[in-house]
Design a protein. Structure first.
Ligand SMILES: Cc1cc2nc3c(=O)[nH]c(=O)nc-3n(C[C@H](O)[C@H](O)[C@H](O)COP(=O)(O)OP(=O)(O)OC[C@H]3O[C@@H](n4cnc5c(N)ncnc54)[C@H](O)[C@@H]3O)c2cc1C
Length: 388
């Protein structure tokens, strides 16, 4: 067993770290100010310029196959990169990527959806959740009824990330009511085909959207993958994000903890720095332990993905532990800062609000616990056999 990073991994980590230092950290003040005044943190054009700078360093399509111009760095490297990038709350992501399930496009769909998305010319959104079906995703009701060479879609989706900005959606609808989850199909639907969206205000700095479909006619060639095979695609999309959230939790919590350490050394009460109080030291120590545990959970799940192993159990553990850890660390770091921690002068409260959703989307805490316990109770996973 070798826990050392390879030279290439170290080089990538250090390059992303330098990029964050040089290009993103200086923007934090502007992002906070823009958001406080009701604007987006960074405008689309500024994001694009940053993505092009990153491209010059080789960071373009970090998970995109080479044949589409990507670097295709793989899950472990991606986890390492996310841990570095999430040291800042500046809403930045490298360009050149597309949702994993868009690779199920046929040749003709690739030209209209996959490639323009990779190139940043079109934006997608993933629309599974409905007002009556979130955790219980197999219970969606949006209907798709065949009419000649079209499918006619009716229903509502809710909490769709990028739903207000997207040019097209990958939307899931029931094409065969009798077959439950095996009667669900994924459709590629352009906004011009007639769906509407409404922004949803959340406690975070960005919001998802509700999507409305009223007799939206979708050509039959716009099915993504196979008819009635949509649910598998939906689960594939959701599954890929789970250990990413744990990786994000590591970077963000590390940055917050460093803020807590720095503040504890300079803030004095009753004649000495609060860093000399055991109450503060224990918050620092517990945070450090939990961040370290999350790091290895995330890397292990990513490594399993790289090896082509079934990551579902490991990814649920990493997501559950990591998202709770980040919330806990943010709470402690706010406590260490006292009243200052609660103000909008510092980014702690912003991060605190953003991280709360990590425990809700891509499978809630309770759903992760359900998966983990089910795997054990049914014997899909055995204790003591975690090392493969
Ligand atoms: C900011 C944001 C962005 C999102 N982005 C997207 C997106 O891009 N695309 C998309 O399709 N969806 C998206 N979602 C939806 C998200 O995946 C769902 O909100 C989430 O899966 C929970 O579903 P729900 O809100 O319907 O809650 P429910 O499923 O109604 O759950 C309510 C509560 O009951 C608990 N619960 C549910 N079932 C059980 C059970 N069997 N046992 C124990 N407890 C249970 C839940 O854990 C939760 O605490 C997003 C949500 C948010 C908030």
């Amino acid at each position: 067993m070798d826990f050392r990073l390879t030279d290439e991994q170290k080089m990538v980590r250090d390059t992303v770290r330098a990029f964050v230092q040089k290009e993103l950290l200086p923007l934090e003040g502007d992002v906070l100010r823009n958001e406080r005044e009701g604007r987006v943190g960074i405008e689309r054009e500024q994001l694009r310029q940053l993505q092009l700078k990153a491209k010059e360093l080789g960071f373009w399509g970090i998970n995109t196959p080479e044949e589409y111009g990507g670097a295709n760095l793989g899950p472990v490297m991606t986890a390492i990169i996310i841990m570095e990038l999430s040291h800042t709350f500046v809403p930045f992501a490298f360009g050149g990527s597309a949702d994993n399930i868009l690779y199920h496009c046929n040749e003709e769909q690739k030209q209209r959806y996959l490639i323009p998305t990779i190139n940043g010319e079109r934006r997608s959104c993933f629309a599974l959740t409905e007002p009556g079906a979130g955790s219980d995703a197999a219970n969606i009701k949006m209907s798709a009824v065949k009419d000649g060479k079209h499918w006619v879609l009716n229903g509502e989706k809710v909490f769709i990330t990028n739903g207000n900005e997207a040019d097209f959606t990958m939307v899931f609808a029931v094409t065969d009511k009798e077959r439950g989850a095996r009667g669900v199909t994924c459709f590629l639907v352009d906004r011009e085909m007639g769906w509407r969206s409404n922004y949803i205000h959340t406690m975070g700095e960005w919001g998802p959207a509700s999507l409305y479909f009223e007799n939206v006619r979708v050509p039959e060639e716009n099915i993504l993958g196979e008819l009635n095979q949509g649910f598998t695609l939906g689960m594939q999309w959701i599954g890929a994000g789970r250990w990413n959230i744990a990786a994000r939790a590591v970077g963000a919590a590390e940055r917050l903890l460093q803020m807590g350490i720095d503040y504890a050394k300079t803030r004095s009460t009753f004649g000495k720095p609060i860093a000399e109080r055991q109450a503060i030291q224990w918050m620092i120590a517990d945070s450090r332990v939990e961040i370290e545990a999350t790091r290895w959970l995330a890397l292990h799940a990513a490594w399993m993905a790289e090896e082509g192993l079934d990551t579902r159990h490991a990814a649920s553990i990493a997501k559950l532990y990591g998202s709770n850890m980040a919330n806990q660390v943010a709470d402690r770091v706010m406590q260490i800062h006292g009243g200052m921690g609660y103000t909008k002068e510092l980014p702690i409260e912003r991060w605190y609000r953003e991280m709360r959703v990590w425990r809700i989307f891509e499978g809630t805490d309770e759903i992760q616990r359900f998966i983990i316990s089910r795997d054990l109770l049914r014997g899909y996973v055995r204790l003591g056999e975690e090392l493969v």
